[in-house]
Design a protein around this ligand. Structure first.
Ligand SMILES: Cc1cc2nc3c(=O)[nH]c(=O)nc-3n(C[C@H](O)[C@H](O)[C@H](O)COP(=O)(O)OP(=O)(O)OC[C@H]3O[C@@H](n4cnc5c(N)ncnc54)[C@H](O)[C@@H]3O)c2cc1C
Length: 327
């Protein structure tokens, strides 16, 4: 790793001003992703702006400081109002990473493309070709909905959960603050731009605001991974759904978002439309599953992700239906 200087601002405005004045500087929260990328030479900087000294503003329990660790997010009170978020935080990574990694850093982590992370040819890094698209490349973990030629798979477990919970992010820039819907945080990969977010180089996520509702409290998170520990999801899915009816449940409202299938988290709107107002039957689930994978372009190695996504949709709705009815 190359030498760098370290600044430890005490407030977000101060941190944003430091980033603004020093365009090569990078913000660091828990450092669990950033330090790996610096060590591997994927990212370079001569100044780190550490966010660890910025104190948490307490108060509204539905407004979560970006510096909360994943371990803090699996709190019992949050679980009652926003189960999908608490479950996603609990499933992610390892106890060590959950105690160090933060909400803000998790949302801004780079995707797990083995080629990007070992500095092979990558469109995001400004190269003309993508090593993952080369004949014979190993793409078992890559996405099935490539975008802008990028085959990477989004890896934040929290992002799909926050999408179904309709979270709003508070962003601090050098000139003030703005609000951003979580779905608007991500953009398609761009040649030469390594990240996936619309944030400026001098902008930081400071808080994540949530609104308790019947839909939010009837939410859940599921993932499938190859190993039970120390691994990222092959596919993950957050589901929020309410139902009407007694024995024959009908889907009243539903939101679905998945990770591990495209460079950015993917809201499954066509699958939602196939479910809304429909009885929760095998046929309805098959229609939703077909809508979720329509247009997918799997590689020869990762067609299993389409099957997994279908299964997670059925499993997630079944889990909520068991708890639900007449909501
Ligand atoms: C073995 C292992 C397994 C893992 N498994 C999972 C998993 O299953 N699911 C999952 O979601 N993640 C997983 N991770 C990733 C881990 O959760 C993330 O590395 C962590 O959440 C990032 O948080 P951090 O605070 O350490 O971020 P950092 O490493 O400090 O930062 C990550 C990125 O975000 C930027 N950043 C940090 N804070 C802010 C902010 N407030 N505003 C704007 N930008 C910011 C940084 O500049 C950097 O680009 C795993 C990691 C490891 C090592």
């Amino acid at each position: 790793m190359k030498p760098f200087s370290y600044a430890a601002p005490k407030t977000y405005p101060e941190a944003a001003a430091l980033l603004h004045d020093h365009p090569l500087a990078l913000p660091k929260a828990g450092g669990t992703d950033l330090l790996d990328l610096l060590k591997e030479g994927v990212l370079e900087t001569d100044e780190i702006v550490g966010l660890g000294q910025v104190p948490f503003e307490k108060g509204n329990p539905n407004s979560l400081p970006a510096g909360m660790t994943l371990a803090m997010l699996s709190d019992a009170e949050l679980r009652k109002r926003f189960p999908a978020l608490a479950e996603a935080a609990e499933e992610a990574a390892t106890p060590q990473v959950r105690n160090q990694g933060t909400l803000g850093g998790n949302l801004c982590q780079l995707p797990r493309c083995a080629y990007l992370r070992t500095r092979h040819a990558c469109l995001r890094l400004g190269d003309d070709t993508c090593a993952a698209a080369a004949p014979g490349a190993l793409t078992r973990f890559h996405g099935v909905f490539p975008a802008s030629g990028c085959l990477s798979a989004h890896s934040s477990s929290l992002a799909p959960a926050l999408i179904v919970l309709d979270a709003k992010l508070r962003i601090q820039g050098p000139k003030g603050t703005r609000e951003l819907a979580i779905e608007d945080l991500y953009r398609s990969p761009e040649s030469g731009a390594i990240g996936d977010t619309v944030l400026g180089y001098d902008e930081l996520i400071t808080r994540v605001d949530l609104l308790p509702s019947a839909l939010a409290s009837s939410s859940t998170y599921l993932e499938v991974r190859e190993r039970q520990s120390f691994d990222f999801a092959l596919v993950n899915l957050a589901v929020a759904a309410t139902f009407t009816g007694g024995k024959k449940l009908v889907v009243k409202e539903v939101r679905l978002a998945a990770g591990g299938i495209a460079p950015t988290p993917r809201r499954l709107r066509r699958a939602e439309a196939a479910l809304r107002g429909k009885p929760l039957t095998t046929e309805t689930l098959a229609a939703a599953g077909a809508a979720a994978v329509a247009g997918a372009q799997p590689t020869p190695h990762n067609g299993h992700k389409l099957v997994l996504l279908n299964r997670l949709i059925a499993r997630g709705l079944a889990r909520l239906a068991e708890q639900g009815g007449d909501k």
